[in-house]
Design a protein around this ligand. Structure first.
Ligand code: GLN
Length: 541
């Protein structure tokens, strides 16, 4: 029987509910349980695919091609369990499904209401597409008290009735702030947050209290008493130096023990040695490299969440700390580049959309190519590197991408047809923007003898995609003659997946997003190799 853990948050947002869910998932997994993590997002967009990264942070793409919330990235990285389309839903998707059914006449004349129709659709989502999971951890986005979140809270309230107390657990994450002038940790915000939850009929079973210091016994007693929770179930979630310490810290505070007690299941203590090992590596690196990430959304770290993590994983694999400098690509357009790149050992141009800042990214690729600095271009970063090579290596002065409008030498153009397995996908200019990119895992064949073949140690690979444009093979010969090799192609030989410059210490552009598959315990080979090249570079400067 699958048991459900519902994770809500209160007091303020950004308390790290996603990370908390991922860490609990990892702890239960370490006790030998099979887990699945899901997220319910209360916003009206059907998925986050059309949202600006500034609004919502990174869009995390699953193997099966869903554009999802970035918390699913935390879940995957902490548990190694690949997320699926059925692991993230929004208010928008629930409503559009219910309305589509209503239009089809499936409700046989009923008046469609939030309760029961919307809540039933939510409940169905939470409990469907499961096999032999021991636990489903289901995070509810937003904070209690948000209007948008109410149908989700109502649905999970009902689920306790449907599934029984023994199969459900409500975990609530709150904040216990320290007030310096009073010299005290304050429990009142937590009390209010639990009251809010109680007002919709949910009594939390475990409180996870974020605090910057140990919560003293007296305060924990107070929280327990006012919030109707056993004292041992009031858990301190302390600030830690690295995210890999979160599972260890929660375990020390007794979180997984309390969960097992709640469900009345006895299991030996978890084996957390791999987490201990990783914390040891991260906290005692043997060197440091500095990577410049040249992008457009550099003001918001969450916009490149998986990328930052994958770079860290590359550091873990090489035993070094990876320092990242987030550089707005527009500075490359003003000409004063060198002062911004003092002591940089590698340049990475990540995924992106639209013309603004693109000339800066092209200049960054040129800078890295001409000065023999390791360059890693991801998706848009590959496309910009190809435009740069076309212009400055192959002499095509008018080379550009049709993403920026019509151009004379479209070395990057709109993808209108491609194969997904055996299905032909067709798109046209001016079509719907939502969910219509080339999304999810696609295979790629590597050329023997190329750098990437060495890196992967394999001829066939599979990576996740999220793009609408592609490198135009019409220009392949000219680019190869000029020194840029197409070392990875779709198996049908039609879509360029990887380019590299053999005559350079490390210059690789990939059409996919390798950062989405990197995990702390399985660093992605491209990031491992890129950081190794940066280490070599650091010895030169
Ligand atoms: N804007 C480019 C495209 O749609 C690149 C997308 C990306 O970097 N994810 O092809």
């Amino acid at each position: 029987m699958t048991r459900f853990i519902f994770i809500t948050g209160g007091v303020v947002s950004s308390l790290g509910k996603g990370l908390a869910s991922a860490a609990l998932g990892a702890l239960l997994q370490a006790r030998g349980f099979k887990v699945r993590l899901r997220k319910l997002d209360p916003y009206i967009n059907v998925d986050p695919g059309t949202m600006s990264p500034y609004q919502h942070g990174e869009v995390f793409v699953t193997e099966d091609g869903a554009e999802t919330d970035l918390d699913l990235g935390h879940y995957e990285r902490f548990t190694g369990v690949s997320a699926r389309q059925s692991d993230n839903v929004t208010t928008g998707r629930i409503y559009s499904d219910v309305i589509a059914k209503e239009r089809r006449g499936d409700y046989l004349g009923a008046t469609i209401q939030v309760i029961p129709h919307i809540t039933n659709a939510i409940k169905e989502f939470v409990t469907s597409d499961l096999t032999d999971e021991d636990f489903v951890l289901c995070e509810i986005g937003g904070t209690v008290g948000d209007i948008e979140g109410l149908p989700f809270l109502e649905a999970i309230r009902q689920l306790r009735n449907d599934l029984g107390r023994d199969n459900t657990l409500y975990l609530h994450l709150t904040l216990v702030p320290y007030i310096p002038t009073a010299g005290e940790l304050k429990t009142k915000p937590t009390q209010h947050s639990v009251k809010e939850l109680l007002s919709v009929g949910i009594q939390p079973d475990i409180l996870l209290c974020r605090a910057d210091r140990q919560i003293p016994e007296a305060e924990r007693q107070k929280i327990a008493q006012f919030c109707n929770v056993r004292e041992e179930a009031v858990i301190s979630a302390l600030d830690v130096d690295t995210i890999y310490n979160v599972p260890l810290s929660y375990h020390k505070e007794g979180l997984d023990e309390q969960v097992c007690q709640h469900f009345k299941i006895a299991r030996p203590a978890p084996d957390l040695s791999r987490w201990e090992k990783i914390v040891e590596t991260v906290t005692k690196p043997e060197g440091e490299v500095s990577i410049a990430i040249v992008g457009k959304y550099t003001g918001l770290r969450d916009a490149y969440k998986s990328l930052a993590e994958a770079l860290d994983h590359g550091g873990i694999a090489n035993n070094v700390e990876v320092g990242t400098q987030w550089v707005d690509s527009e500075i490359f357009e003003s000409g004063d580049v060198v002062s911004h790149l003092e002591g940089i050992h590698g340049i990475l141009v990540p995924g992106g959309f639209g013309e603004r800042g693109s000339e800066g990214k092209i200049a960054a690729a040129r800078f890295a190519r001409e000065r023999n600095i390791p360059y890693f271009g991801i998706c848009f970063g590959m496309q910009m590197a190809v435009i740069e090579a076309a212009r400055n290596m192959a002499g095509m002065g008018k080379a550009s991408s049709t993403e920026f409008g019509p151009c004379k030498q479209p070395v990057v153009g709109l993808m209108t047809e491609w194969l997904q397995g055996k299905d032909l996908q067709i798109r046209e200019a001016g079509g719907n923007m939502g969910g219509t990119m080339r999304l999810g895992a696609y295979p790629c064949t590597l050329e023997k003898g190329s750098r990437v073949y060495d890196i992967y140690g394999n001829k066939e690979i599979s990576e996740r995609h999220r793009h609408r444009y592609e490198v135009n093979t019409t220009y392949r010969d000219a680019l190869e003659k000029a020194g840029m090799k197409f070392s990875g192609m779709s198996p049908d030989g039609i879509l360029p997946e990887i380019v590299e410059i053999p005559d350079h210490p490390w210059f690789v552009g990939v059409q996919f997003h390798p950062e989405l598959k990197s995990r702390p315990f399985e660093p992605h080979p491209l990031f491992t190799s890129f950081i190794a090249a940066a280490i070599d570079q650091s010895r030169l400067v």
